[in-house]
Write a protein that binds this ligand. Structure first.
Ligand code: G3P
Length: 216
């Protein structure tokens, strides 16, 4: 499974990239608004660090506006993937961008039918938001499993990005489901490293090594 970071925080992205565990990044207007600097500069810097797909979102809500924004975003760096919201106008834009050879990530996906339409229109990636579904009393991962089954049944090449991830168990469930990618906040990435038995085990090894060091 590919791991993407769902953040625009440069230092967090750099740290995770140094671990060799990060295949891409997803951003959205909310995440960009938390960082200092110009939007284009932030996106370019992220692309240079990860050298993998970096989603940057349009803010137009009509197909013409989305396509024009998408062309400008794609010019920032070859790694840019244009995030398009799941609307009828968005699906038109996905179709036109496929023909222009611009990679897309259809975002704000909350149903299997939305994911089916995005794939038919030629989206490169689709992002079901599982945490927000959980918040509303649904089982977000059920949507991921439905989307994967539909794509498998009909041979769609669109890759599924499990998004709106809130905790490490979401990552495990995404991996078991066979989803192509999980995008996660840096805090979830950090938690994936942690296990109390690892800390206790290391403490004991180091304490025992102190006894060996004391030998003449
Ligand atoms: O990848 C989508 C993500 O940014 C949304 O997450 O936590 O705002 O639902 P959240």
């Amino acid at each position: 499974m590919k791991i993407f970071l769902d953040t625009a925080h440069i230092e967090h992205i750099r740290t995770a990239a140094e671990c060799g565990c990060v295949d891409g990044v997803t951003t959205n207007p909310t995440l960009i608004s938390r960082e200092e600097g110009q939007f284009e500069d932030i996106v370019r810097e992220i692309c240079e660090i990860v050298q993998g797909p970096v989603s940057a979102e349009v803010v137009s809500t009509d197909a013409d506006g989305m396509v024009e924004e998408a062309k400008k975003l794609a010019d920032i760096h070859e790694c840019v993937v244009v995030k398009i919201p799941m609307l009828l106008e968005g699906v038109k834009a996905l179709h036109r961008l496929k023909e222009l050879g611009i990679k897309t990530n259809c975002t704000l996906v909350f149903s299997a039918n939305q994911a089916l339409l995005a794939a038919k229109a030629g989206a490169t990636f689709v992002s079901p938001f599982i945490g927000r579904l959980d918040d509303a009393g649904h089982v977000g991962m059920d949507l991921v499993r439905e989307v994967l089954a539909i794509y498998e049944n009909y041979g769609f090449e669109t890759e599924v990005i499990v998004a709106s991830v809130r905790h490490p168990l979401h990552v495990v469930e995404a991996g078991v489901s066979g989803a192509h990618i999980t995008t996660m906040p840096y805090a979830v990435f950090e938690k994936m490293f942690k296990h109390p038995f690892t800390d206790v085990g290391l403490e004991r090894f180091l304490a025992d090594w102190e006894k060996v060091k004391g030998r003449s």
